[in-house]
Design a protein around this ligand. Structure first.
Ligand code: BGC
Length: 946
């Protein structure tokens, strides 16, 4: 603050109110999204970030803000905020500011800008203009109807056949009736007046691709994304003003099976539930094109029976697991243009029996975000094996001219067998196979209604050689912004970082999935909670989880259990519910949302659901040991006991399930007590704090003996109990010693499952053995993170021993090479190597700590996190004598920097000795010096005492 006061004093002395050019407002967002169209939050929350225009401006804060919201750009420019003028609000809040203006109507356009005061008297220029628009808010706003082909009776019968299905005797894929081709739909119309703009509101049961006058609308793929379609279906809003023509126009669409009709994951384990068609039997489209004319009138083109349909479409079949088959001979030339004659097409079927349940899209869409050319093409017999160099989620694009009617096949896999052929044994019933029939002209094959997890493909049936220019791999994912970066002096850790981020993206197809390749691809909650802090460091997950937490609620059972998978797609009252550590994601992830983004609304919206969840466990387990209603009780999944490798014990990995479950119960109750405190629900806060203490006491009485041995005596038991603070203070040191002994028994290798590995890493650091944690993360021995990298991994493997040199692949029934759980160590890399840590009491990185803890072979590391408040960065370099740290603290936040030297060591800040009064004397840890700072960029140099 000192520097700024000195700088401004002469200027402000006579004229005390002034516009400051030192501060800029950027990245204005509405409900976490950039300029979203068609939202349905009635009082949307607005956020912005604050930047300085020069690096030497420090200690900047927001003292007040003013927001203007107007119905048109012109009005906003004139300062005529006809929707909302917040006035000057004295507040430091720059995120989740609830819109408090006039009531917003369906389709309302809203333009907004903000300015802030950074001192009592200095204000900034107005920000750039941002915008949002409202969607269709009332059911009655949907005049369009669900349309598609005639009801498919075979699909319906299939559900009956399934009653006799025996999973041990028949491959499910053979049971599936072939669904009819994907319907193609068209609607011709004329625009006879001058229009000002046009918006398309659209959704489908199944997938849709929609276009106007020859061009696909929008950049969404795999829309409308996955929700529990019985409860809600997301719709999307597109601005199609640029696509609309005066005169003749045509809307055109194709439909696919998607999650609505296609094969889904865990239904494979149950005979009484269909493998396909869980939500319905028929693909349906709903669309409403609203054209606003310059004369003030408007016109709406709805899906209705006047739409034309071709049920003999060129997409012969398309399923997420099975792949897509396209017959290019059947693509009617010019069918997406208005000149096309669709007289031979029939009228669409209007499905009046369906509810609408439509809700606006809440999360960033799934989009294409990258493309890869082959790094190697190998010929094996008549086939080609292509390596794209990166394990990814998506599909391939093939451009080819060949003989009419010739067919070719592309199979997708993550690995190669030792003979160089494609490894597909781990895909189970997901065959990931695209089939193409050539038209004889130049064809461009790119599936639209399936996705695969792959790095390699096998192309067969090609009667010509495969040139690298003919084929590329297209990577798709839900597309929030990447917020993390990481680099250090160990290139293998850099690869690990990359693998973690890739695995996250590969498993974001509108829900966080376990894997993108085999026949599961479900929103497994245990994996998600373990990984969620890493995910939030790497990407802006606020909107993604806002949507998914709702999916979790949709899957809550009647008695209150949270699901193991969301969306559930099965019977939450009966199965896949309430597994400890899986169901607990329903409490943990909202809490992490609050911690990372300061989002209280997530907590209040989910509050009753969390309470019901905990009350059910309490009711079923009156003496506080969680034994009843534990569902599938997966335990510390994929711990050492499941590893098959010579010289590695597979007996001492698993923490007993009662210990595991009770620890998670205690933790969720503790978090809920904190949540109640945040929401000012004092009674609940007290009740659940007491309950937590009772569970904790019971945990100690039942599982911890007089020598502080925790039942099972495994690495994981100690990591879990310590990480959840379940042991009394006086027992923690001994428990930690036992943890070290358990590590020693494994020759300092990991025996934990994917749930407790990150806890182990964090506890090692918290309790002073950062050296062992580095030893583990830099280890190249089996099992370790780097072991997989040394085998060429470009993503995180499901199992430490997915592939072992000399032994080969693990059990193909469960052997994904694209599973993020073990990658939860990304959180550790952030918190320990870069040292960036949120502060529980100051959520949303309003205050945070930067405490890099160098160790292992590392001599430098640098990285950053684009928090909801702006960019935080940390870069350090060390040698024997010196440690240098450069940090960046965003405007309107503060940080505590913790340097790895004692308070008497010489410390320089920006090349000058740090004044003694800057040192925070309350922080009196050995070999640590704490300095509290406001926003700005700072460079520290410290010299180790010898
Ligand atoms: C999934 C896991 C999941 C688990 C439940 C597996 O098949 O792939 O990641 O959490 O089932 O234990």
């Amino acid at each position: 603050m000192v520097k700024i006061i000195l700088l401004l004093f002469p200027l402000c002395y006579f004229s005390c109110v002034k516009e400051s050019g030192e501060i800029q407002l950027v990245e204005l967002k509405t409900e976490y999204l950039n300029n979203p169209l068609g939202i349905d939050v009635l009082s949307p929350r607005l956020s912005w970030k604050i930047k300085t225009t020069s690096d030497d401006i420090i200690n900047q804060e927001q003292k007040a803000y003013q927001i203007l919201v107007a119905t048109t750009l012109e009005k906003l420019a004139e300062g005529n905020a006809d929707l909302w003028n917040s006035g000057k609000i004295i507040s430091a809040a720059n995120k989740q500011i609830t819109y408090l203006g006039s009531k917003l109507n369906s389709k309302q356009k809203c333009y907004w800008k903000v300015k802030i005061w950074n001192t009592e008297t200095n204000y900034t220029a107005w920000s750039e203009v941002a915008k949002w628009s409202m969607g269709l808010l009332e059911d009655s706003d949907w005049s369009a109807e669900w349309i598609g082909g005639q009801p498919d009776l075979a699909q319906k019968e299939y559900k009956d056949i399934l009653a006799d299905y025996d999973p041990n005797n028949s491959a499910p894929k053979n049971m599936l009736p072939v669904p009819p081709s994907s319907p193609m739909l068209r609607k011709q119309f004329k625009v006879t007046k001058e229009f000002s703009d046009a918006f398309l509101y659209v959704s489908a049961l199944g997938y849709y691709e929609i276009g106007l006058n020859g061009n696909k609308v929008g950049d969404h793929v795999l829309a409308p994304e996955w929700t529990d379609y019985n409860k809600r279906v997301q719709y999307q809003t597109y601005d199609v003003t640029q696509n609309l023509e005066n005169g003749d126009n045509v809307l055109f669409a194709t439909l696919g099976d998607g999650w609505y009709l296609g094969m889904l994951g865990p239904t494979k384990w149950h005979t009484d539930y269909p493998r396909r068609g869980v939500y319905g039997n028929d693909r349906r489209l709903i669309a409403q094109l609203v054209i606003n004319y310059k004369d003030g009138t408007k016109e709406v083109i709805d899906t209705d029976k006047s739409w034309k349909i071709n049920s003999e479409g060129y997409i012969i079949s398309a399923d997420n697991f099975l792949g897509q088959k396209i017959d290019a001979r059947k693509i009617p030339s010019g069918w997406t243009n208005s000149e096309f004659d669709d007289a031979s097409w029939t009228n669409a079927y209007v499905d009046t029996g369906l509810q609408k349940n439509l809700e606006a899209q809440k999360n960033e869409p799934i989009r294409v975000f990258n493309a890869f050319s082959p790094v190697e093409i190998t010929e094996i017999g008549d086939d080609f094996i292509v390596d794209f160099g990166q394990n990814l989620t998506g599909w391939t694009k093939l451009e080819i001219k060949g003989e009419k009617g010739a067919s070719l096949k592309i199979r997708h896999g993550e690995m190669l067998n030792e003979d160089g052929t494609l490894y597909t044994a781990n895909l189970a019933a997901a065959i990931q196979e695209d089939n193409y029939i050539l038209s004889g002209k130049m064809d461009v094959f790119e599936p639209s209604f399936t996705y695969h997890g792959f790095r390699f493909i096998e192309v067969s049936g090609l009667n010509q050689s495969l040139d690298e220019k003919m084929i590329s791999a297209i990577a798709v994912a839900s597309d929030p912004e990447i917020t993390g970066s990481f680099e250090c002096s160990n290139p293998k850790l850099n690869q690990l970082w990359d693998n973690i981020v890739w695995t996250q993206r590969n498993n974001m197809t509108s829900v966080p999935t376990d894997c993108p390749q085999r026949d599961e691809r479900m929103g497994w909650m245990g994996d998600a909670q373990v990984f969620c802090q890493t995910s939030m460091f790497s990407m802006d997950m606020a909107a993604f989880y806002t949507k998914w937490i709702k999916d979790i609620r949709d899957a809550q059972s009647d008695r209150g259990t949270f699901p193991d998978i969301a969306p559930h797609a099965n019977k939450p009252n009966i199965r896949f519910s309430n597994a400890p550590a899986w169901a607990d994601a329903g409490v943990i992830i909202p809490w992490r949302m609050y911690q990372n983004y300061g989002d209280k609304e997530i907590l209040s919206g989910h509050y009753d659901a969390m309470k019901r969840y905990l009350e059910n466990i309490r009711r079923q387990n009156p003496d506080h040991i969680w034994l009843n209603d534990v569902g599938n009780n997966y335990g510390d999944w994929l711990n050492a006991n499941t590893i098959i490798a010579e010289g590695y014990s597979n007996e001492r990995g698993e923490v007993p399930k009662d210990v595991f479950a009770t620890a998670f119960y205690a933790n969720s109750v503790k978090l809920f007590a904190k949540i109640a405190t945040v929401l000012d629900k004092k009674e609940d806060a007290k009740t659940y704090q007491l309950l937590y203490e009772e569970i904790r006491n019971k945990f100690n009485a039942a599982f911890v003996d007089e020598n502080v041995r925790i039942k099972g005596n495994t690495q994981s038991a100690y990591a879990l109990a310590l990480n959840f603070d379940l042991l009394p203070m006086d027992k923690q040191t001994i428990a930690f010693e036992h943890l070290i002994e358990c590590l020693e028994e494994y020759d300092y290798r990991i025996s934990t499952g994917f749930v407790t590995t990150i806890m182990l890493m964090k506890e090692l650091v918290r309790r002073g053995r950062v050296d062992i944690a580095y030893q583990l993360i830099e280890s190249e021995r089996f099992p370790s993170w780097i072991y997989s990298i040394n085998q060429g991994a470009t993503t995180i493997w499901e199992r430490w021993d997915g592939y072992v040199k000399g032994r080969g692949f693990q059990n193909p029934g469960m052997n994904s090479f694209n599973h993020y759980s073990i990658g939860a160590v990304g959180e550790w890399m952030y918190r320990v190597i870069l040292g960036i840590n949120p502060s529980e009491k100051n959520p949303g990185f309003k205050h945070f700590t930067i405490k890099p803890q160098p160790g292992g072979t590392l001599t430098w590391a640098k990285g950053s996190y684009k928090s909801i408040n702006g960019l935080i960065s940390s870069e350090w370099r060390k040698d024997k004598e010196q440690f240098k740290l450069d940090v960046e603290i965003p405007v309107n936040t503060s940080a505590t920097i913790i340097l790895p030297v004692n308070q008497n060591a010489p410390i320089k800040l920006n090349s000058k000795a740090v004044p003694a009064e800057m040192i925070n004397r309350d922080h009196n840890m050995d070999n640590e010096t704490a300095i509290d700072l406001g926003s700005g960029k700072y460079a520290f140099e410290v010299y180790y005492n010898d």
